[in-house]
Design a protein around this ligand. Structure first.
Ligand code: VGL
Ligand code: ZN
Length: 234
């Protein structure tokens, strides 16, 4: 944050005037979209790939979503026997890595299989005005943490084109998990030219192999802004 220092002679008053946009809460406008990432049963307590305290994001997201005219929700949507599942690879366990044609892949417990209860969005989400639910990760041999581009680095989900067609310039991200689907989506949002904000307290991370610290470092470097839900006007 930039500081403005002002002196007034003998009385010498030192005024510290924050000049960042976060001095006052930001009001989402029609060029802003909220992306609600993967708030699905599998990632919530009791789910097969439960994110610690994942359920705590739901009331925060419900509250901030009221201020957004544009809301998109994503749904991790894997085939049975998906390449990202440890169970697909003999001798491999969840949270181990393998190398695939497109690079390193973390292996996960089976999760978010198409049409299952685990893949359903949380019933506690209260965002009836969401305009789009976009599914990802439905190609058997390619993962897709990102809501924009699959892990092969080239297959698009169509989300950037959708947002641009709707004249969106700024995207705000919330959901699960901070260090995987939220972070990859935020990095791709920057690549697609959007102003990008991750709402930290509206997200929770998995944090395996140092992934949470790395995700924040990568996002900061890419110009993703880290904010809190209190920075958004109700
Ligand atoms: C996610 C791991 C595997 C996520 C999805 O939503 O962050 N993480 N699939
Ligand atoms: Zn997944």
């Amino acid at each position: 944050r930039r500081l403005v220092l002002t002196g007034f002679g003998a009385a010498s008053v030192l005024a510290l005037v924050p000049t960042t946009p976060w001095a006052a809460p930001m009001k989402p406008d029609n060029a802003s979209a909220l992306l609600v990432i993967d708030v699905q049963n599998c990632f919530l307590p009791g789910g097969s790939l439960a994110v610690k305290d994942g359920d705590q994001v739901v009331p925060v997201i419900n509250r901030i979503a009221k201020g957004f005219a544009n809301v998109v929700m994503t749904q991790d949507w894997h085939t049975a026997g998906h390449v990202s599942f440890a169970s697909t690879h003999s001798g491999k366990k969840p949270f181990e890595n393998i190398n695939l044609s497109y690079g390193k892949q973390v292996l996960w417990p089976d999760h978010c299989v198409q049409g299952t209860e685990g893949a359903s969005l949380s019933k506690d989400l209260a965002i009836p005005h969401a305009g789009l639910v976009i599914r990802k990760g439905f190609h058997k041999d390619v993962d897709s943490y990102s809501a924009f581009t699959e892990a092969d680095g080239k297959t698009t989900t169509g989300l950037a084109a959708y947002l641009k067609a709707r004249k969106v310039k700024r995207v705000f991200l919330a959901g699960l998990a901070t260090d995987f689907c939220v972070a990859w989506s935020a990095l791709d949002a920057r690549k697609a030219g959007f102003e990008t904000y991750v709402i930290e307290d509206a997200c929770r991370g998995i944090d395996t192999q140092g992934s949470l610290a790395k995700a924040w470092a990568d996002m900061t470097k890419a110009g993703v802004k880290r904010i809190q839900s209190s920075d958004i006007a109700a």
